[in-house]
Design a protein around this ligand. Structure first.
Ligand code: C2E
Ligand code: SIN
Ligand code: SIN
Ligand code: FE
Ligand code: FE
Length: 413
């Protein structure tokens, strides 16, 4: 609830402090990617996945597989929606339950007296052949169970699959502690952002959390596609993608400054109410005017410009220096490439998601109508480059949509 007697801009100033702390933090997907990469390098494993504990289950959260997909083209797989109970029936469940590291030489030749069995459905569906597996529980020093990392098919110097060695497994405790602390911090970053958005939107946390996760993920994947196509270096893309996910999650943070009577109005807004609503872009950007970090600058660009149109008919244009002196006249809209690319990306992600969602003032649109609108608005509302990227990664977009559905009460990692 908004505290009685507090003005919206006071609330805005209060949360600025929280946002500043975000500058030192990283998004959990980037952390999982690095953790998996490092663990595979240590052991020369060609594939691996990470499961994170979420609502008492192990949620499939990240995957690499050098044989089936290269890092960039495999993006949709990280959004696979799949979880297992923490029990002794599966390999990862057993590791999480007991805290034991498991070295398995051949997944298809497990001793029959073991409580767990190997789930071969992934192999059957993909044509991949799992042989050796190293499964490491992820626990923090305080003993918090974070999840499980599973490394698959170690390779010898000749490239042949070999069993994982005792030495491989010796890295495990060091690695698990190190990784678990970083992952926990990444999860906290997301939860912090989701709490802030809940404050800003004052809506059902389920709806807000899912919308925020989807818009962040769509934007991150669109950016990744566009910049890889432009020949950017992978390291640079990975870093910026992480920041764009966080900044896009905050695109509507300025709604904290919009009165409840307008924000939660069950029907259509009249023109005056809509022009008040449009200030959410400026309020959001005002949180990041002392842009000292890349994340700050991205947050400001996206908050301010996510309702611009490629053809120049959007809002609100340039950020005034002193909010108290501003009236509508100052807000000159931008057009085309003068709109920052991350904002052009978030514009499409936001509208795609808003149209597919129920709002207090509208039903969800059928998917085909939404795609038709996006095609129709190519070069009008939306940057053609972004529209083309959207259709070329449409399977990834759908995987994200399935993973973060409205019923979620919490983010999945
Ligand atoms: P939002 O609900 O997140 O919508 C984001 C954007 O998606 C909108 O930006 C608009 O470009 C697009 N969009 C959403 N619903 C529709 C729709 O039914 N038809 C079409 N053609 N486009 C749609 P916009 O218009 O600048 O609105 C910004 C925010 O203002 C919205 O965010 C929402 O919070 C609020 N809003 C806009 N119109 C109304 C309304 O009639 N009633 C209420 N209660 N809120 C509204
Ligand atoms: C997996 O398919 O990688 C996990 C299932 C299992 O541990 O058997
Ligand atoms: C960029 O990636 O920033 C340049 C491409 C564009 O502005 O569309
Ligand atoms: Fe908005
Ligand atoms: Fe939005």
């Amino acid at each position: 609830m908004r505290p009685a007697g507090k003005q919206p801009m006071d609330i805005v100033k209060n949360i600025m402090k929280v946002i500043e702390e975000l500058n030192h933090l990283k998004d959990v997907d980037t952390i999982l990617d690095r953790v998996l990469f490092q663990a595979r390098q240590l052991t020369n494993a060609e594939a691996g996945s990470i499961f994170l504990v979420h609502e008492g289950r192990l949620q499939f959260s990240y995957v690499h597989n050098d044989v089936l997909f290269r890092a960039q083209s495999g993006n949709k797989h990280i959004y696979t929606d799949f979880s297992l109970p923490i029990d002794d029936k599966s390999i990862v469940g057993y590791a999480a339950l007991t805290g034991e590291t498991l070295i398995i030489d051949d997944a298809y030749a497990l001793a029959p007296d073991l409580p767990y069995s190997f789930n071969s459905s992934f192999d059957r569906e993909s044509g991949y052949e799992t042989h050796s597996i190293l499964t490491i529980p992820l626990k923090t020093l305080r003993g918090n169970r974070v999840g499980v990392i599973q490394l698959i098919n170690a390779r010898d110097a000749q490239g042949q699959v070999r069993p994982f060695t005792k030495q491989d497994a010796e890295y495990a405790p060091f690695f698990a502690n190190h990784a678990s602390v970083a992952i926990e911090r990444g999860i906290m970053t997301r939860e912090l952002i989701l709490r802030m958005m809940k404050m800003a939107e004052m809506r059902d946390p389920a709806e807000t959390g899912a919308h925020v996760m989807r818009v962040g993920s769509y934007s991150a994947e669109l950016y990744s596609k566009i910049s890889v196509d432009q020949g950017r270096y992978e390291d640079e893309v990975r870093r910026t993608k992480d920041l764009i996910r966080l900044a896009a999650m905050l695109h509507d943070v300025g709604k904290v400054g919009i009165p409840d009577a307008i924000l939660k109005k069950p029907g259509r807004l009249n023109p005056e109410e809509f022009s008040t609503m449009q200030w959410h872009t400026v309020y959001g950007a005002a949180l990041f005017t002392n842009a000292t970090s890349d994340l700050d600058a991205l947050c400001r660009d996206i908050a301010l410009h996510h309702h611009e149109r490629w053809d120049g008919g959007g809002y609100p244009g340039s950020l005034p220096h002193d909010l108290s002196k501003v009236n509508g006249v100052c807000r000159q809209p931008l057009a085309g490439k003068s709109i920052p690319l991350p904002a052009r990306i978030c514009a499409l992600a936001d509208v795609y998601d808003a149209l597919g969602s129920v709002r207090s003032y509208k039903d969800a649109w059928p998917e085909n109508d939404i795609l038709e609108l996006i095609r129709k608005e190519r070069g009008k509302h939306f940057d053609p480059l972004v529209v083309d990227a959207f259709f070329s990664i449409y399977d990834t977009i759908q995987a994200i949509k399935r993973k973060y559905q409205e019923t979620d009460s919490q983010p999945r990692h």
